[in-house]
Design a protein around this ligand. Structure first.
Ligand code: ZN
Length: 158
């Protein structure tokens, strides 16, 4: 959740020897959690793992990406985004309309993906997580003050 230190630093790259059945099991569990939470993406950091991998499904199938890197960006899209780690907060975020990604699949094979629209947005949101960036970082100063008030007024579930 927002406030957790793990969400705020840059995740470590997955090494070749770490791509094994254990990692594939974690990716499956994350996919199930994403669907159960009605999310469209989930980064390892959001489940407390300080490594660079993510799952995403924007409606056209499940992606499991290891060490994803954006190699090309084009255009701009603006949309209100939410985040499973920042509940009840929605922020308008400018993202590239189109991205090309390089990553490894869950078997360690090099893949290149092209995405636009919502899928492109989800990939950029999840890669932000791997870099320690959250949607609240896109707020201007007025928005940040409003958010502070909102978070401080939140009831604690202890
Ligand atoms: Zn998120």
């Amino acid at each position: 959740m927002i406030g957790d230190a793990v969400l705020r630093d840059k995740a470590r790259a997955v090494t070749a020897d770490e791509i094994n059945d254990d990692l594939r099991e974690v990716l499956s569990k994350m996919s199930r959690l994403m669907y159960a939470s009605k999310g469209v993406g989930l980064a390892a950091k959001q489940v407390g793992i300080d490594k660079r991998f993510l799952v995403a499904d924007a409606g056209d199938g499940l992606y499991k990406l290891i060490n994803p890197v954006v190699v090309k960006k084009e255009g701009v899209q603006c949309m209100e985004e939410g985040c499973l780690s920042v509940p009840e907060v929605y922020v308008k975020v400018n993202r590239a309309e189109y991205v090309v990604l390089k990553a490894l699949d869950e078997h360690g094979k090099n893949i290149e993906l092209k995405a636009d629209g919502l899928l492109s947005r989800v990939f950029q949101h999840e890669i932000d997580h791997l870099d320690g960036r959250l949607i609240v970082d896109y707020l201007n100063w007025v928005g940040k003050i409003k958010l502070k008030k909102k978070l401080s007024g939140r009831k604690i579930k202890a």
